[in-house]
Design a protein. Sequence first.
Length: 194
Amino acid sequence: MSNYDCDFYREFIKNNLSEKRYIHCLNVAKKAKELAEFYGKDEEKAEVAGLLHDVVKEKSFEEHKKILEETFFSFDEFKDVSYKVLHGPAGKEFVKKNFNISDEEILNGIRYHTTGRKDMTLFEKIIFVADYISEERDWNGVEYVRNLAKEDINKAVLHKLCKAISNCVMRHQCIHIDTFSAYNQLTNEKKEEF
């Protein structure tokens, strides 16, 4: 018997997110489940993380802050970056408290789906990439990364990290340290292959 009520999560996000964000969450769940099956990870947990990864994304900075202030969360590492990356850690705490989800894979999949981090687990990489290549995404090159995700998940993760870093540079925005750490680690690992 399942520990997770995906029908309830779908209904919750449908009633609490915009239609565009709701469709995105459904698509991320579908892609995460597909990648989990491909890589031999728990498909149901991937679906849950995909459904709930943006559960608080449309909340304000103050709402994110309130969710996080109830925990031992430190805002220091986020002081220079866009508040928009707070929806990862805030989403983790929200689902932990409101949906009674305690599984660390699901929680960290939600927590790091935007920034990534050094030593990401395969499950975290699946959620990270599923968010980037979900069905409604139509940016130039998305099909290439969709194929890449099933050839080498690390290369797909690195592609998203490079895109995120370059977008921040172009907009003169600060970049979260976890993003740099993930990028540096994967880049060094790729160098070691040659």
